[in-house]
Design a protein around this ligand. Structure first.
Ligand code: ATP
Length: 319
């Protein structure tokens, strides 16, 4: 288990303050906008930065008392940083040679990792001959080689184009799930965080805005900021809520609360064709609501009847 306790780090104009725990074997995603402190957390754990105060305990050891190389933490960088002149095999073996692993044990470990990451046929290739996905797996195998207690992945899919990211996120998910390593993944992509992590920590300005499973976070965001950050578009302010007869609090309108085909008229303000799905911004009873569906026939200016099931709205803390 990893435990960060009251970890503090200040830079001019920015301060981080964080406590959280991560059970062994689980994956945590640090999700937040640019500048919210995600990479700082990784750097503090890896030992590339030192905190002003606090503690980082991993399997009962205080990591802050140890130099980076003794922390048993593996790091995977955004650009993978493979050694271009070394084969796949030698890239994976690199850290083990540095740590003077005995020959036989080293060979066994590298072969096992090649198997696990489906890279055995590529073992003797140089990195430039590999696909993006294969390169990612080499980098991951290299980071996992010395059996770190914790794997840190900083935007592991950040440098790749969207189509490749979509395929690779599933490969990464397979490697991290089940009896995979304890891992922390930094990402600013909500979908990636949800697909990879058991727990998601949403960060805002150096603080933990919310920690929870992807489903809990999505269905029960802590406040309107988290709700908006996770892509919810239909939120009521406290004033709008009270006009509808609800308590004077912000509310989230889940898509299941919008019922089409009955109720007062809504006007289509904007139609956003995206392919399989079409998004519609609607004006209804003085509110601007967003609805997404497979229905593509509605046009701008058209009216539809719509009702809002108030019993399904979720009250949120904060404004
Ligand atoms: N070495 C440093 N010296 C001064 N300020 C720093 C340093 N490292 C980070 N910061 C500041 O700390 C804040 C958090 O940076 P950090 O890189 O952790 O954010 P992030 O959430 O990872 O952002 P991104 O998604 O853009 O990578 C930023 O305002 C940044 O400018």
């Amino acid at each position: 288990m990893l435990a960060l306790r009251e970890l503090r780090k200040s830079y001019p104009g920015f301060s981080l303050e964080l406590s959280l725990t991560l059970p062994k074997g689980q994956t945590l995603a640090l999700l937040g906008p640019s500048g919210s402190g995600k990479s700082t957390v990784l750097r503090l754990i890896a030992g590339l930065e030192y905190p002003d105060s606090g503690s980082i305990r991993m399997e009962g050891r205080e990591l802050l008392a140890l130099p980076p190389e003794k922390r048993r933490v593996g790091m995977l960088f955004q650009d993978f940083a493979l050694f271009p002149h070394l084969s796949v095999y030698e890239n994976i073996a690199f850290g083990l040679r540095e740590a003077s692993w005995p020959k036989e044990r080293l060979e066994q470990r590298v072969r096992a990792l090649l198997e696990q990451t489906h890279l055995t046929p590529q073992a003797h290739k140089l990195p430039h001959l590999l696909s993006g996905g294969e390169r990612q797996r080499v980098a991951l195998a290299r980071a996992m080689a010395p059996n770190p207690d914790l794997l840190l992945l900083d935007e592991p899919l950040g440098a790749l184009d969207r189509r490749l990211r979509e395929a690779l996120v599933l490969e990464l998910r397979e490697l991290l799930s089940g009896d995979g390593p304890t891992a922390i993944v930094v990402t600013h992509d909500q979908q990636e965080a949800f697909l990879l992590a058991d727990q998601v920590a949403v960060m805002r300005e150096g603080r933990l805005a919310q920690l929870g499973s992807p489903e809990t976070l999505y269905h029960h965001p802590a406040d309107p900021w988290v709700a908006r950050f996770l892509g919810h578009r239909n939120l009521l302010s406290p004033e709008e809520s009270s006009q509808l007869g609800l308590p004077r609090k912000a509310h989230l309108i889940p898509s299941a609360a919008l019922e089409l085909g009955r109720g007062p008229q809504a006007r289509v303000l904007e139609r956003l064709f995206m392919g399989e799905r079409v998004g519609y911004w609607l004006e209804w009873q003085g509110l601007r609501l967003y609805h997404e569906s497979g229905e593509s026939a509605w046009q701008e200016g058209q009216s539809l009847s719509l009702s809002l099931n108030l019993s399904r709205l979720i009250p949120l803390e904060g404004a």
